[in-house]
Structures are given as C-alpha cells and as structure tokens.
Write a protein that binds this ligand. Structure first.
Ligand code: SF4
Ligand code: SF4
Length: 194
C-alpha cells in the first residue's frame, strides 16, 4: 500500500470538497435503496487501499470523546485512577459535554510510528473511526461530510460511492411547461405532473 501524503491529500480534498458535499447532500435527501449494501462493499475496497499507520491524521487533528467507560478502561491500562487520567489529559469544553483531549496530536499517539500507545484500551470512538459502514449510512453520512477533508479513508469512501452512483437519481423528464402568473419568464421551468 502506498504511503499517504497528507499535504497532497489536503490540497486534493479542498479542491473536491464542494462537489463531494453536494453528492452527500443528494444522498441524504434521497438515499438509494441499496445504500447500506453499497457502503459495506465500498468499505472493504477502501481498506484494501488505505493503511492508517501511514496516516494517523485523525489522531493528529481530531479528538475522540471519552465516555466514563473509556476513561476507566484507559486509566486502568495505564495504572492510574480515572480522576488522575482526566486531570492529566482531558478537558470538558462546556459543562455537561463529553470529555475530550487537551492536546493535539493526541498524547497517546507515538509520532515516530503513527501507532496508538493505548491501542488495546483506546476509546470506542477511536476503535470505530471512521465509521464508514458501521451504522445505517444515511444516519451517519453527515459525519462523513465533516471528516472527508481530514480522513483519506472517508474521502476515498465518498469518492467510490460517487463513482458507483453516477447519474443517481435519474433526472425526471420535463412533461411540459406552463405560463406562471402573468406570463412572467422563469429561468427554472415549472414541471407538470409532479
Ligand atoms: S482513519 Fe482516516 S484519518 Fe485516521 S489514520 Fe485512517 S485514513 Fe487516516
Ligand atoms: S487514543 Fe489512540 S487511537 Fe485514539 S486518538 Fe489517541 S492515539 Fe489515536
């Protein structure tokens, strides 16, 4: 597998961002019937091409949310109490919100290897990321929209879905035009028979 060039990826993602977002919105509004099956198949394809250990951009640029269970598990792994773990590394952005990392990149990322030093005890959020085909895609695709400029796997997932769904949804044929109001010309034809 090719090493991911994050600088080149950032440029490409920025260029394609608008078109990809339009596609995602279309899918959200009118999901094709086979979307979940397509996502499962596309997810497999993505992981044949992408090796996260040549990237780690999620650990460098985002934070997981740490649930109480995540905190307990990671703290135990590091032989600490949850209170010490939180005091050392986490912050609550607002009252009643989730615990997140104080630092970026994540303190548990080994930058020389791109490996997670608490891999066995990492938060569930990290274990499931980037959640490409884990849940009903329609309900999760807004997350892919946010992540596709940071995560090469998400970007590739959207790119492949876009290729597979080219021309979807088929455009409705215009069945005729009618005059609107007092014969005002409109740039967008009014469809009849909808
Ligand atoms: S999940 Fe995405 S951002 Fe994280 S390492 Fe893999 S490809 Fe990179
Ligand atoms: S806990 Fe591990 S997998 Fe999660 S962000 Fe930190 S380094 Fe990455």
């Amino acid at each position: 597998m090719e090493k991911i060039d994050l600088k080149a990826f950032a440029i490409k993602a920025e260029e394609k961002k608008k078109g990809f977002r339009r596609f995602v919105t279309k899918i959200e509004n009118q999901p094709p019937k086979n979307l979940n099956e397509l996502a499962i198949e596309t997810d497999k394809q993505v992981w044949q091409e992408i090796d996260c250990t040549t990237c780690a951009n999620c650990c460098k640029t985002m934070t997981p949310t740490f649930t109480p269970k995540d905190i307990k598990r990671a703290a135990t792994f590091l032989h600490m109490t949850p209170a010490t773990f939180k005091a050392k590394w986490l912050i609550k952005e607002k009252k009643d919100t989730d615990w997140v990392n104080r630092l970026q990149p994540c303190q548990f990322l080994d930058l020389s290897t791109n490996l997670c030093t608490i891999y066995e005890a990492r938060p569930d959020d990290c274990a499931g990321f980037p959640h490409l085909a884990k849940l009903k895609v329609k309900d999760y695709i807004h997350i892919h929209r946010q992540n596709m400029t940071y995560c090469p796997a998400t970007y590739r997932f959207i790119e492949l879905l876009k290729e597979k769904l080219q021309g979807y949804p088929a455009k409705k044929k215009l069945t005729g035009l009618k005059v609107v109001g007092k014969g005002t010309k409109r740039k967008t034809p009014v469809r009849l028979g909808q």
